[in-house]
Design a protein. Structure first.
Length: 248
């Protein structure tokens, strides 16, 4: 899933407020800044109580509505037309968090708020968080279908596992089947990748290198990437931005 997306990725983004110039433009007939035209923020009210914010972003197909709670966590993303009706064929994405505030479940819902498969072949995923003996942070995303059963995504894997170092840098990405066995997937343009191992070289700048392994553990490719980038896999990119959630 990434979902990456993969980043694991805080999924909440800072609320974006309109500049004063926008309102002056509306009143005085001046040109409205492009960013102000594309995005607005309003209170999210429930039973008359403020429970967060709703950010409305213009996209080619209509509008994305992202809902953040008072802790600024992203909890829901919807795609709607100019009349605020849900777009046909689009998934609503719901984010659930555990008691420690970490992402626990992502669900894709249809217009009736029932589970639906997205274009990558899953209805959601459950995320677990742990640390290894080296204090690296491990995030594992297990995908499920509309009935909540394990399912293989379009990428061929049912589980994706991300390991981040103490400094937050991506150390390893693994693709697994529902029994937690390595399985090959397309990653960074290379087919049959079951694991990606990252290393970082410090010099004038930081250079990211990655070794790509097949299910047997053999290296099938090596790549040098510019800059420290938390790269998600080809099919899921939840961790970086909710905008990566597209059509079913």
């Amino acid at each position: 899933m990434r979902i990456f997306v993969n980043r694991t990725f805080p999924l909440s983004e800072a609320a974006v407020w309109l500049a004063c110039g926008y309102f002056l433009g509306l009143l005085g007939g001046c040109a409205v800044p492009q960013q102000a035209q594309r995005r607005t923020v309003e209170p999210w009210l429930r039973d008359g109580q403020n429970v967060g914010t709703i950010t409305k972003t213009m996209v080619p197909s209509g509008f994305d509505y992202s809902y953040q709670d008072l802790q600024r966590r992203l909890v829901r993303v919807e795609k709607r037309d100019p009349n605020r009706q849900l777009l046909s064929g689009a998934c609503t994405v719901v984010f659930e968090y555990d008691t420690s505030g970490q992402l626990a479940v992502v669900r894709h819902l249809d217009a009736a708020d029932q589970p639906c498969l997205n274009q990558s072949g899953f209805a959601g995923y459950r995320s677990t968080h742990s640390t290894d003996q080296n204090s690296n942070r491990i995030t594992e995303n297990a995908f499920f279908d509309c009935a909540g059963r394990p399912v293989a995504t379009q990428g061929g894997y049912a589980v994706e596992r991300f390991t981040h170092g103490q400094g937050g840098q991506l150390v390893r990405v693994q693709f697994l089947d529902s029994s937690r066995r390595p399985v090959g997937s397309l990653y960074l343009g290379v087919p049959g990748v079951a694991e990606a191992q990252y290393s970082y070289l410090e010099g004038v700048g930081t250079v990211t290198c990655v070794a790509l392994l097949d299910p047997s553990g053999a290296v099938v490719a090596r790549k040098q990437l510019s800059g420290v980038t938390d790269v998600s896999n080809t099919f899921t990119t939840y961790s970086s931005s909710y905008n990566t959630y597209r059509w079913r």
